[in-house]
Design a protein around this ligand. Structure first.
Ligand SMILES: C[S@@+](CC[C@H](N)C(=O)[O-])C[C@H]1O[C@@H](n2cnc3c(N)ncnc32)[C@H](O)[C@@H]1O
Length: 222
């Protein structure tokens, strides 16, 4: 569904440095048109870790998958990363609006790109043109959501990562429908390629965190 860019409203996100980002969301469109809580928790985790010296995103190449508004990639770029925010082609204009709106605040860079999980042509194009030196981070928030795409999502992470890539994945626990089963399937598939560890709550942002929102780190087994 196309995103209606004439009906946008903002959501502020303040980093510990005092820099304030504004994420534009659309009143109409699919699930990617708004910032989800799991994205805000991952944004806050990045900011918190960088402030404490546990992370340095400066000059790191970051790809956000299923980025929606692009919030996570934009926070990474504010912290110095060179980010690519990706989603289905219909979300690219919204991500681009968010990049344009916040570009003065970025100490790194941010670019929007279409990437449908499992699309080998798009993945190879990005690998050859955008991040030909490899990715330091792949980040995703609340993307383990769709029956038909869990395997494509894992294939995409595997295809775009290398031994130097760290994957940060946040999600909100949901008992609705088959969401628990999808999460189990995702972890089973990803564990064939990555070692998974959950970031303890004590390392999340002290205020912008929630017991039902988890952050996992995946590192390559090879
Ligand atoms: C629940 S939303 C989360 C959006 C954003 N990560 C956040 O947390 O604010 C899931 C996102 O995955 C994207 N998505 C779903 N299926 C996809 C696919 N096959 N390829 C790429 N992106 C997809 C949707 O367009 C949407 O932006």
């Amino acid at each position: 569904m196309a995103v209606d860019l004439s009906k946008l409203y903002g959501r502020d996100f303040e980093l510990s440095s005092g820099v304030e980002l504004n994420f534009l969301q659309s009143e109409t469109g699919d699930v990617g048109c708004v910032v989800w809580d799991a994205a805000l928790v991952l944004c806050a985790y990045l900011d918190h870790c960088q402030r404490k010296g546990l992370l340095n995103l400066g000059h790191q190449t970051v790809l956000e998958l299923g980025a929606g508004t692009g919030a996570v990639g934009l926070v990474a770029a504010t912290l110095g990363a060179d980010s690519f925010v990706s989603d289905l082609p219909e979300l690219v204009p919204l991500m681009q609006q968010n990049i344009d709106k916040n570009k003065e605040k970025l100490s790194g860079s941010c670019q929007a790109a279409p990437l449908e999980w499992g699309d080998v042509v798009q993945m190879n194009h990005l690998k050859e043109t955008a991040f030909n030196n490899g990715l330091d981070y792949i980040m995703l928030a609340d993307c383990v959501y769709y029956d038909e795409s869990v395997k494509h999502l894992v294939d995409t992470i595997v295809c775009l990562s290398s031994s130097k890539t760290t994957v940060l994945c946040s999600y909100e626990e949901r008992e609705l429908g088959n969401k628990e089963a999808l999460q189990s399937q995702f972890f089973k598939l990803i564990s064939e390629h990555f070692s998974a560890s959950e970031i303890p709550m004590s390392e999340h942002h002290p205020e912008l965190s929630s017991p039902d929102i988890h952050i996992f780190k995946f590192t390559s087994l090879s």
